[in-house]
Design a protein around this ligand. Structure first.
Ligand SMILES: [Zn+2]
Length: 171
């Protein structure tokens, strides 16, 4: 028995994936230190850049990084965006700021939230500091830091962001 069938060329198949992955040596060490309230990066032995969080190797030079450098929880805003989509289970309401932040003592930025700020006043070079959760809530995660808020320090000139330890930082 034969019949003509319409060819199905595509179908919609929504899937939800929940997965765990191995953090690896560098991230494991970093997150263990975050649990102690510290941001510890690693310095490249070749170009001397400090990575936070460390990846165990320098992306530019391709060499292993081992020397640890404890960074301040004060940072400089490298770039930012204003977000209008809410974060599930987070009390921060849109519009809010997501920023690339360079910690004092490091050369590379990481992404985190900003709050306690006027969104329209946020700018490159602005100085911010971490607002940590209560210590008893600390775990192996960067959300031990609730967000970063502006502090009363002079802006870092754009061309100096990530290039030098910042004044006021005792490192
Ligand atoms: Zn390097």
């Amino acid at each position: 028995m034969s019949e003509e069938r319409e060819m199905i060329t595509s179908m919609e198949a929504p899937i939800y994936l929940k997965y765990n992955f191995t953090a690896g040596d560098a991230a494991s060490r970093f997150l263990s230190q975050v649990k102690e309230g510290k941001l510890v990066g690693q310095r490249c032995p070749s170009c001397k850049n400090v990575y936070v969080p460390p990846r165990g190797a320098c992306a530019a030079c391709g060499v292993a990084t081992e020397e640890e450098v404890e960074c301040s929880d004060k940072c400089t805003v490298e770039s930012f965006t204003i977000v209008y989509i809410p974060i599930p289970n987070n009390p921060i309401q849109p519009p809010y700021i997501i920023a690339n932040l360079v910690p004092d003592g490091a050369n590379i930025s990481f992404i985190h939230l900003m709050s306690e700020c006027v969104n329209e006043d946020v700018r490159q070079g602005q100085r911010v500091q971490a607002v940590w959760k209560p210590e008893e809530e600390w775990t192996y995660a960067m959300d031990n830091i609730r967000y970063f808020k502006p502090i009363d320090e002079p802006d870092v000139p754009n061309e100096m962001i990530g290039k030098v330890p910042v004044t006021g930082w005792e490192g």
